[in-house]
Design a protein around this ligand. Structure first.
Ligand code: AMP
Length: 308
């Protein structure tokens, strides 16, 4: 089943308590696509400026599942840049800068062969861009969005309109609280369900995630790991594993069940496992070397941890 993602492809500068890396390939779309590509093909729609390094494009192009036909390199524009710093516990982070660059211009065009996409993920970008892209995908079966503090603070009206058009929302605990004013993740998710989506997934970093779905409640721990080098992109990669699994399941099954509670609950486990790899390195380095055997092995290990 065709999976499409739109969001940012950018250049990150990341500081952890142990290391600093500047000019790393990043962006919400990047991490999503890499995570999803382990389940099947993923179509990418994003714009970068002409300062986007060729080796970053090549790095994305090396994932067999990633289709870059919708990656627009815009002459005279600047690529999105983001800088962040992690606290000692690696769980909380602050944004040091956000340079929107090309994001302030017209959204990228969806190539005609991508317009029949059925599974849509609107990774983090301006909600008005997410809305405009959604409207160009009339054959969608399921649309899921992500958002973050910047957009909740600066574009709430667009975000509210977006939520009324989406089937699912994935967001961090702090963002759920900021959006709803409710400090309890379940209460916050329930109030978001009242605005449109069928399910809401609240990510809680090393404490895993909760699923609030019209059919029930679910929870997934994080994969327990000691090896956290750079948590950047974990949330997007989680969403990639989740949506990649859902789209792949629908391809083998009846797509009407693609957003059932059971399917999404299983998808949470796949998102959790792929995101446990991305944090083992800066940028996409660990995913670039990840084999399907290593992925299956950790999936089986995680499944056995969850049985009692
Ligand atoms: P995550 O750690 O999963 O929240 O994703 C981090 C990635 O999101 C980084 O690679 C950033 O380039 C990108 N990012 C940071 N801020 C924004 C924003 N406001 N909109 C879209 N993408 C962003």
């Amino acid at each position: 089943m065709s999976l499409i993602v739109t969001g940012t492809i950018g250049i990150d500068s990341v500081r952890t308590p142990h290391q600093q890396r500047d000019n790393v390939l990043g962006g919400s779309c990047t991490y999503f696509a890499a995570g999803a590509s382990f389940h099947g093909p993923v179509r990418v729609v994003a714009a970068v400026g002409d300062d986007f390094p060729n080796q970053f494009r090549d790095a994305l192009g090396r994932y067999p599942g990633i289709d870059l036909a919708g990656l627009e390199v815009r002459a005279g524009a600047k690529t999105f840049r983001w800088g962040g710093r992690y606290a000692q516990n690696m769980n909380s982070r602050e944004t040091l800068f956000t340079e929107l660059g090309v994001l302030t211009e017209a959204p990228p065009a969806i190539p005609p062969p991508f317009r029949d996409s059925r599974y849509v993920f609107l990774a983090n970008t301006h909600p008005s861009v997410q809305l405009q892209l959604l409207e160009q995908l009339p054959r969608r079966t399921m649309a899921v969005a992500d958002t973050m503090d910047l957009w909740i603070r600066t574009a709430r009206a667009d975000l509210t309109r977006l939520l009324s058009r989406t089937d699912g929302l994935v967001l961090n605990y702090d963002e759920a609280e900021l959006l709803t004013g409710k400090a309890n993740a379940i209460a916050a998710a329930r109030s978001i369900l009242g605005t449109g989506p069928t399910f809401v997934i609240v990510k809680k970093g090393e404490h895993g995630s909760v699923l609030v779905h019209r059919e029930g409640l679910g929870a997934m721990p994080a994969y327990p790991t000691e090896n956290v080098v750079d948590p950047t992109g974990a949330g997007d990669c989680f969403a990639g594993g989740l949506m990649g699994y859902i789209a792949a399941t629908a391809a083998h099954d009846n797509s009407a069940r693609s957003w059932s509670f059971q399917t999404i609950r299983a998808a949470l486990a796949h998102g959790t496992v792929i995101s446990s790899f991305v944090i083992e390195s800066f940028g996409l380095d660990r995913l670039a070397s990840l084999t399907s055997e290593e992925l299956s092995e950790r999936q089986a290990e995680f499944a056995s941890m969850l049985r009692f």
